[in-house]
Design a protein around this ligand. Sequence first.
Ligand SMILES: [Zn+2]
Length: 283
Amino acid sequence: MVAVEPDVTTHGPGDPEIALVGGVHGDEPSGVRAVERLREAAEAGDLELQRGIKLIIANPPAVEANARYLDTDLNRTFPGDPNGNREERLAAKLCAETEGLLTFSIHATHSQDDPIALFDAAQPGVLALAARLPVPYIVDHHGVASGSHSEVNDVLTVEAGCQGTEAAAVTAEKLAIDFLRVTDCLPGTPDTADSRYFSMTEAVPKPPSESYEFLAENFELVREGEVFARADGEAFTADEAFYPILMSAVGYADIFGYKGAKLGDSLGEARAAIENRRIPADD
Ligand SMILES: [Zn+2]
């Protein structure tokens, strides 16, 4: 039996200021491997850490079971409950472990190979860090999924690539090191990349069906009137134009993914768009 505890180690000088988290979802091994490799490097003295960090595997029993979760989706369960089900207890412990720590949470997806950074528009400092990572897509998920870790902490989330692939594991480890660089935990600066900025607007539910198809491309505009998905042959038609985000036939049990809008092609354009929507900063 694996204990229902997050697996936490502390490295580097001084009190930890940064947390790197893998394994929030137990069937996304790329983030777990990134955390394990960083641990090995830190323990071998191969990481020149300049600030204290915590390395965390969030849901070890779900990782052991290769299941997204045991009782409830951990990333819909924050702030958790010390007397609740297994994920509720884990969420409460993770809140305590990451309180006040800038947190980097590594995930993977069924929707695409290219990495995506997700931030909450109420956390402008997190957006600024996301903009320094070499990722082609940077997405505000403010207010879309309740119970996520970003509701209780400053959390930058990445989707490193397709779930279970070697490419996602390599990208996860690289982005973890890049995050440690942009937060001055490690020396050096990451590569740059041209990023496009989007905002999630709503989830797209899918009905119980035998088979699903997703017919559009993530981050490519779906026009009004276009059929973008099918469930047992039932067509889903866009009633207005949108950008698909994290959409796939099989990625989630009850939604295709999310609709989104474009914020811009630069950090400045994204900030101006967020300002126009008047999402106030957390603090
Ligand atoms: Zn995930």
